[in-house]
Ligand binder design. Structure first.
Ligand code: PEP
Ligand code: MN
Length: 328
């Protein structure tokens, strides 16, 4: 913990703060750094209630917690890898591929089979789509449960599906292997709590423009409420340009280093255009992503959602070959 003093803080105010710290954290070690005080050796997570009280003290400019103090569960492995079983993460690069949304049985099953043949490890199986427009296709909902069950049976591949509302969880948990919490819902704390309680593995995307701290705190919610298998996914800020690669690789690597969790990259929603998505996927693999969550289907031209950024199976096959070849 780092407590920064106001430049105008008086000696009495500093002494009062030290006294308060000693009372709040008996046994913790206090030190000085720059214009403030440091505190270490207190139980992780034990500082949350103390921070607002300390920040309110006269002479205090602000209080900062290190990642492990703020998110003790997310950072508990100290950067060691924890592999969630259903996605077969065994140190290899993982491909979760499929259309943006499940739209109809014939095309979904055909895509699923083609993706299995192309080497995908898991299928995107989204039934509920969070859309910016209330008039846009919202996904087929529970009507798609039968379709994805058939795809799972036919391909033997695990399914990843997005939950947008805690009321969907029971049915989705029965049908799918991994719950996806999308960018728009990274800050939906009631959904995070319920997803945690479901006990299902979770793939947590970073919200657009969310900081590393916000992302890890959302991971902390899931872990605190019961998630044991967790995967993170960097999906960018939706501001692709020649000067902005669309995905924040520094942030992706920081999340890997702090948590030890697998961190995937989603080049599709970051690039928003097919050819850019393929190039970005290669960059993500080179930058150290643990795998990809990527939109691929047999007929992107017919898709009701995100067809423009969806790869054909042929392009995906080449991409997967190029990524795996580079890793050998
Ligand atoms: C998705 O992966 O289907 C999706 C909606 O992405 P995001 O939440 O990153 O926008
Ligand atoms: Mn999409």
């Amino acid at each position: 913990m780092l407590i920064n003093f106001d430049r105008a803080a008086s000696r009495q105010q500093k002494a009062a703060l030290k006294k308060r710290l000693a009372a709040m954290f008996p046994g913790a070690r206090a030190g000085t750094a720059g214009g403030g005080l440091t505190l270490s050796g207190f139980s992780p997570g034990g500082a949350a209630d103390a921070v607002p009280l300390l920040e309110n003290m006269p002479g205090v400019l602000g209080v900062e917690l290190a990642a492990a103090e703020l998110c003790p569960l997310a950072c508990a492995s100290g950067g060691r890898k924890i592999f969630p079983r259903p996605l077969n993460f065994r140190g290899g690069f993982v491909f979760i591929a499929g259309p943006c949304a499940v739209e109809d049985e014939a095309s979904y099953l055909a895509s699923a089979l083609a993706l299995k043949a192309a080497g995908a490890h898991a299928l995107r199986a989204p039934l509920f789509k969070p859309r910016s427009s209330p008039y846009a296709f919202p996904g087929i909902g529970f009507a798609g449960l039968k379709i994805i069950a058939r795809a799972k049976k036919t391909t033997g591949l695990p399914l990843v599906t997005e939950a947008t509302d805690p009321r969907q969880l029971e049915k989705l948990a029965a049908a799918c292997d991994v719950l996806q919490i999308g960018a728009r819902n990274m800050r939906n704390y009631e959904l995070l709590k319920e997803a945690g309680r479901s006990g299902l593995p979770v793939l947590l995307k970073r919200a657009m423009r969310a900081t590393l701290k916000e992302w890890l705190l959302s991971a902390e919610y899931l872990l605190k409420y019961g998630t044991r298998n967790l995967v993170l996914c960097e999906r960018g800020d939706s501001v692709f340009s020649a000067y902005n690669p669309g995905l924040d690789f520094a942030l992706m690597r920081a999340a890997q280093k702090l948590t030890g969790l697998p961190v995937l990259a989603d080049p599709s929603h970051a690039a928003r255009e097919r050819s850019l998505a393929a190039a970005l996927a290669l960059k993500a693999a080179r930058a150290g992503a643990d795998g990809l969550l990527i939109e691929v289907s047999i007929n992107p031209g017919q898709a009701l959602v995100d067809g423009k950024q969806t790869l054909t199976v042929e392009t995906f096959t080449k991409l997967a070959g190029a990524i795996l070849c580079k890793r050998k």
